[in-house]
Design a protein around this ligand. Structure first.
Ligand code: PBG
Length: 325
């Protein structure tokens, strides 16, 4: 039925009409808020490259977690910044490591949030790579798996609901599932960073977590940005190995990958709206070059529309507040 009878603008005329027919909506329950934990007491240290985000000491995390729970946000993704780094990232799997302490503090404070832990060695190793490195500087896959598995068991013992391996070693989901099951944590879920690209959008995070590689880069283990079919292979293998939730990361420059994975697989899909995506919005908004709130909501809607069920985002708290208003 062509114009003048058919008028698509009818459904756009008022806010009430737009709200009625919106095909996508955002819900705080589907947000996961990344937080950085540091040693010390009373520490709330702003992260220069991520305005509005902080490094928190464990004693302050409980309060923060309660505030985030009150906003209806689904979970917190915990990153730890250790006291000391070494070649094999020992604090990553220490029972009283920073991430383990943070998990206990959040769990003690509230049961209304899921606690997700990032499982990786890069914040904990002196060389800043996500695995064990040999004398020639190669990142060794198989010896890394055991350390990742130990890390997840220590996170689960601290009370983590979900462990999220972000290292991109082959076979890590299977190794982690087996270790969790062997240690009595059959109920701990795995959210795998499955299609994780070697991205320059992680720049601000590496400053926040002090995790930049000291030599080389991560292109030998993280995915190459031109690839699409390979993302399907990564996701497929992770599901076969036992991933409960899969992830595409970053989000904004990879919306096509989010849609592809959504169409191909049945498991819940998370997308990580990463540090560089957040930093760009905040930087332009601070200069009043864009309307930060409107752009943020447009981006989050786009990630949802592309097919993500869950959005991991530094915007989680502000977006949840805006959704309440
Ligand atoms: C650890 C890890 C990284 C991010 C999440 N987990 C950094 C990296 O792979 O270099 C990036 C998160 C972000 O940029 O917000 N491997």
């Amino acid at each position: 039925m062509p114009y003048p009878t058919e008028r698509l603008r009818r459904l756009r005329g008022t806010r009430a009409m737009r709200r009625l027919v919106a095909e996508t909506s955002l819900e705080p329950r589907q947000f996961i808020y990344p937080m950085f934990a540091v040693h010390g007491r009373g520490v709330k240290q702003p992260i220069r490259s991520m305005p509005g985000q902080h490094r928190w000491s464990v004693d302050l995390l409980g309060d923060q977690a309660r505030r985030i729970a009150r906003l209806g946000i689904g979970g917190i993704l915990v990153f730890g910044i250790p006291a000391a780094k070494d070649e094999i990232g020992s604090e990553a799997y220490a029972d009283d490591g920073i991430a383990q302490q943070a998990v206990r503090a959040i769990k003690d404070a509230t049961s209304d949030l899921l606690v997700v832990t990032d499982v990786c060695l890069c914040e904990y190793t002196s060389h800043g790579h996500c695995g064990v490195v040999d004398p020639r500087g190669r990142v060794l896959n198989d010896p890394t798996l055991e350390l990742l598995a130990r890390t997840t068991v220590s996170h689960a013992a601290a009370g983590a609901d979900i462990v999220a391996p972000s290292d991109m070693m082959d076979g890590r989901v299977g190794a982690i599932r087996a270790a969790l099951d062997d240690n009595g944590f059959a109920d701990t879920a795995i959210m795998a960073y499955s299609a994780k690209y070697a991205s320059a959008f992680y720049g601000p995070f590496r400053e926040a977590a002090e995790s930049a590689p000291q030599f080389g880069d991560r292109r030998g283990y993280q995915m190459d940005p031109p690839n699409r079919r390979q993302a399907l292979r990564e996701v497929e293998l992770d599901i076969e190995e036992g991933a409960d939730i899969v992830m595409v990361k970053p989000a904004l420059a990879y919306l096509d990958i989010i849609r592809l994975v959504r169409d191909e697989f049945e498991v819940p899909l998370a997308a990580y709206n990463v540090s560089g995506e957040y930093a760009m919005v905040r930087a332009a908004a601070a200069r009043k070059w864009i309307d930060g709130r409107a752009v943020t909501m447009e981006i989050l809607n786009a990630i949802k529309r592309a097919g993500a069920d869950i959005i991991i985002t530094y915007h989680a708290a502000e977006a949840a507040r805006w959704l309440q208003a």
